[in-house]
Design a protein around this ligand. Structure first.
Ligand SMILES: [Zn+2]
Length: 450
């Protein structure tokens, strides 16, 4: 799964020959003599694409996350050495996208029940998109089936053993079921935050600090401060009502796992008179959420919001939705999904508007729309003469919250990942006064002595 290997056809026999764990891995053969070794396969110095091997001198080895970045073309982490155990923090594709490849080699996948439940939807969609777009993927549908049988689900707070280590999962905020991982090794306690939010969001309870020696922390929003969440939600609702009052429909592209459900909760609570239609992959994800209510903040409210929204299930529903007040649908970055179908029709009436509620990655449809006013729809660069507004409803902690969280964990070492260089440096500049801070690179080995 090194760079060159990604161009080969996706057949089973070739996978077996070329994608042998360890065959092109730069990971050291022997365990470290002392201390804790971290080796990032992806996600160091970049957002998404996360994978990191952790090992100590007991030869206990674990892989944390194994994702891909769904950019065009996608970015993949480098090949993992052989691992018996992998822990998946949450069901976003930049954290679990490559896990099916691991499972065919017998790796067990640890995570929360909800992460396991949602993984099938996310993997199926990744498979479908790679097929449509013609991007190579190192796993096929049979690998996915094996991966689904490889889950070892855990409740929050429940200890489980991996080799000589004891591990447990804690709520990470971010999305329901997202976990931080606490690992007790004979030498040190490690806390891996995964994607982190220290504020309650409509659906996920916040992360709280855990004492540790080594803190591996995401830093997406290093150097940046979010606007006040409640005020931003208020601004969002006011904008929706304004569009509706002039006879328009507000199209809200939203991620399938997290943002879409947050939008439903906000609108259901603040503007229950609205006629809101909910379409796309998020509807299936929500059904999985409702099957694991213990992970949802006030699950009965989520259920009410889901029942209140009109779920779009077929073509005639979709046409009806064009007359709705609000349409919440995938994809969140306008790269596909029903959002483009709606946009292609809503664009003819200037009273309609697009409300973007999530990050628009470089090269995404949403980013192109913001920069050029155009969007590729079914192969045509289409002008979209509608008002576009952006709202900061992120489910990641911002700079002040990350620094506060790190201090309260009282670590001796802080390792920053899932951040671009500027963001990571901003966090380092603040925390390095009191503790050792590391900005690792992919494919490099970091050995930390406690
Ligand atoms: Zn995430």
């Amino acid at each position: 799964m090194g760079k060159g290997l990604l161009h080969i056809p996706r057949t089973r026999s070739e996978n077996m020959v070329l994608y042998t764990p360890g065959s092109s891995s730069s990971y050291p053969d022997d365990p470290p003599e002392n201390g804790i070794r971290l080796h990032f396969l992806g996600g160091a110095g970049e957002v998404g694409n996360v994978g990191c091997i952790i090992e100590d001198n007991t030869s206990t080895r674990v892989l944390v996350d194994y994702g891909l970045a769904p950019t065009k073309p996608p970015r993949y982490p480098s090949e993992s050495p052989s691992v018996k155990h992998a822990i998946m923090t949450h069901a976003h594709i930049d954290h679990i996208g490559m896990a099916p490849w691991l499972a065919t080699y017998g790796t067990l996948l640890h995570g929360t029940d909800l992460t396991a439940a949602v993984s099938e939807i996310m993997w199926s969609d990744t498979y479908k998109v790679s097929d449509i777009e013609g991007y190579p993927l190192a796993w096929d549908k049979r690998d996915m089936e094996v991966a689904l049988d490889s889950w070892m689900p855990h409740k929050f707070g429940e200890w489980f053993a991996i080799g000589d280590w004891n591990c447990r999962l804690h709520p990470a905020g971010h999305i329901p079921g997202a976990a931080m991982i606490e690992i007790k090794t004979p030498q040190a306690t490690i806390l891996w935050t995964g994607d982190l939010d220290t504020r309650d969001s409509p659906n996920a309870p916040r992360a709280v600090p855990i004492d540790c020696d080594i803190l591996c922390m995401e830093g997406t929003y290093g150097g940046r401060t979010h606007p006040n969440r409640q005020e931003e939600e208020g601004r969002f609702v006011a904008r929706v009502l304004e569009v509706v009052s002039r006879g328009g429909t507000a199209l809200i592209p939203a991620f399938a796992s997290g943002r879409g459900q947050d939008i439903l909760r906000i609108l259901h609570k603040e503007a229950p008179g609205l006629n809101v239609h909910y379409d796309g992959m998020g509807t299936r994800v929500t059904r999985e959420w409702l099957g694991c209510p213990e992970f949802i903040r006030d699950a009965s409210q989520m259920e009410s919001a889901y029942r209140w929204a009109r779920r779009v299930t077929g073509k005639s529903d979709r046409r009806k939705a064009l007359r709705a007040d609000v349409i919440v649908t995938t994809s969140g970055m306008l790269d596909g999904g029903p959002a483009l179908w709606y946009l292609n029709r809503l664009r003819h009436d200037g009273s309609n508007a697009i409300l973007l509620t999530g990050y628009q990655a470089e090269g995404s449809g949403g980013r192109r729309l913001l920069e050029t006013g155009r969007l590729p729809i079914f192969g045509n660069q289409t002008r979209i003469p509608l008002e576009i507004d952006k709202f900061a409803l992120s489910n990641h902690a911002d700079h002040p919250s990350l620094c506060k969280f790190a201090r309260e964990c009282k670590p001796s070492h802080v390792v920053l990942f899932h951040a671009d260089e500027g963001a990571a440096k901003a966090i380092k500049a603040e925390l390095a006064v009191e503790t050792k801070v590391y900005l690792p690179s992919n494919s490099q080995t970091l050995e930390l002595l406690n």
